[in-house]
Design a protein around this ligand. Structure first.
Ligand SMILES: Cc1ncc(C[n+]2csc(CCOP(=O)(O)OP(=O)(O)O)c2C)c(N)n1
Ligand SMILES: [Mg+2]
Length: 480
């Protein structure tokens, strides 16, 4: 076993053992994706396990949330506040290692995933937030906001419509610091993906305006390393690295099949897999000292990176005190003093009745004068939802400082992207559409609420008496 193989097997078998002990869960994806995750976390990911909330960290999303054991294994090994006992309690009531990653419960989990496709779109929101903040606050010689958003996405993620919506917007917006590793293992629950998923994914993403790298051998560390390097050099496009992997890698009777996806391998098969990959320990949850030491370097690296950033912030604060102050207000998420100035008595002089969306638009515009972090928009209905912020610019390739976001006709992605923006921090996002189209964004609204994220969801045209558009536009079921 090479050194890298030792580290990768440590990650891999911790996940396998956690699933086996719980007697439920998904061993296959962690077994196949361990090499790419190792390369990303060891060589690229800028993070500090001792401070999971450091603002300028890279974001990592495990969009395929069912592979959660992989993430918990990485979090424990790199030194987050997640003891080994939590891995032994995988999927148990009260543990910090639930079946699917939950934001707010486990340090280092950037977003709640499990419903496939959501994490993909959350990442687009995080990359938008990074871009917006960096354009507002970075100054020559002072890159105070400068980080990547990475994700591991699976076949299921890319089959879901929400990821297509989000990918199309990310390509249009040229979010070049978005780098996704596609765990292309050709398997989902019902078997070979050829039964449902035969398009050329690479061509699809090229058409969205992404840089597509690969297919590469996703289990070869050098290939993954080189691919991420190439992804980082592209300043103009988000990147999709297509990583060919083998689900359940190592398991002689299950690898490469749907059987490896969503049930424990079984004691016997775990033993066979360990033998095959040269893992000599008989007991579960063995972490070789050498591997722990190596992977825990993340703490030292992270502390150093964060303290360099703090020094940079110090210099920034003295060179640009006003910008630094505003950045801190935005990042704090607090509403500035006097944020509601001008709202009192706003409608007292109105003599005629006013549509609620008109009133909402007036309020939004007044608040946006004071609340710099307010950024959002509509799924192509802004003129009707009255959600345009006047004189606040439009976010896009010509102006990444704009406060108005055009989501396009993509309600589902709009919801998930807005959550990503809120999770990133520094932005108070809002979205808008007709109430009847709430159904299109329901999964994303549900997750935003589970994560307790401050996303302002504006729904207009909430009356059955909305007129000539007719029954297709009447929000009867939504109101019921
Ligand atoms: C929106 C949504 N629908 C269905 C599921 C149930 N589910 C969990 S994993 C999975 C597909 C697995 O395929 P893939 O994403 O390729 O993961 P792999 O089998 O390669 O681990 C499905 C359908 C889900 N988690 N989310
Ligand atoms: Mg798959």
């Amino acid at each position: 076993m090479t050194q890298d193989e030792l580290y990768i097997n440590t990650i891999r078998f911790l996940a396998v053992d956690a699933v086996q002990k719980a007697n439920s869960g998904h061993p296959g994806a962690p077994m196949g994706a361990a090499p790419m995750a190792y390369v990303l976390w060891q060589h690229f990911l800028k993070h500090n396990p001792c401070d999971a909330s450091w603002v300028d960290r890279d974001r990592f999303i495990l969009s395929a949330g069912h592979a959660s054991a992989l993430l918990y294994s990485l979090l424990y090994l790199t030194g987050y506040d997640l003891p080994l006992d939590e891995l032994k309690n995988f999927r148990q009531w009260g543990s910090k290692t639930p079946g699917h990653p939950e934001f707010g419960l486990t340090p280092g989990v950037e977003t709640t995933t499990g419903p496939l496709g959501q994490g993909f779109a959350n990442g687009v929101g995080m990359a938008i937030a990074e871009k917006w903040l960096s354009e507002h606050y970075n100054r020559p010689g002072h890159k105070v906001i400068d980080h990547y958003t990475y994700a591991i996405v699976s076949d299921g993620d890319l089959m879901e419509g929400v990821s297509s919506e989000a990918a199309s917007l990310a390509g249009t917006l040229r979010l070049s610091k978005l780098i996704y590793l596609y765990d292309d293992n050709n398997i989902s629950i019902e078997g070979d993906t050829d039964i449902t998923f035969t398009e050329d994914v690479g061509q699809r993403f090229s058409a969205y305006g992404w840089q597509v790298i690969g297919p590469i051998d996703g289990m070869d560390t050098d290939s993954v390393y080189n691919a991420i390097k190439i992804a980082q050099t592209d300043q103009d496009h988000p990147s999709l690295v297509i990583c060919k992997t083998i689900i359940g890698y190592g398991s002689p009777n299950r690898q490469g099949t749907g059987l490896a996806h969503g049930e424990p391998l079984g004691e016997e098969e775990v033993e066979l897999a360990k033998q095959r990959l040269g893992w000599l320990y008989k007991e579960p949850f063995i972490v070789p000292t050498e591997a722990l030491k190596h992977l825990r370097q993340a703490q030292e690296r992270g502390r150093k990176q964060q303290s360099e950033w703090q020094n940079q912030m110090k210099k920034y604060r003295s060179a640009y005190p006003e910008e630094a102050r505003r950045l801190e207000v935005d990042l704090s998420g607090d509403l500035p003093d006097g944020w509601d100035k001008g709202l009192d008595g706003l409608f007292l002089k109105e003599e005629k009745p006013m549509a609620t969306r008109e009133a909402s638009g007036m309020v939004l515009n007044i608040v946006s004068q004071k609340v710099h972090a307010l950024v959002g928009g509509s799924a192509d209905l802004a003129p009707s939802t009255k959600t345009t912020l006047k004189e606040k610019g439009h976010f896009g390739v010509d102006n990444y400082r704009g406060h108005n976001l055009h989501f396009g006709v993509r309600e589902h992605a709009m919801g998930a992207i807005a959550s990503g923006m809120a999770l990133h921090g520094g932005i108070i996002p809002y979205t808008a559409t007709f109430l009847v189209f709430y159904d299109y964004m329901r999964p994303a609204v549900r997750l935003a609420s589970m994560m307790k994220q401050r996303v302002i969801f504006i729904f207009t045209h909430d009356s059955v008496g909305l007129g000539e558009d007719g029954p297709t536009h009447q929000p009867i079921e939504q109101l019921a």
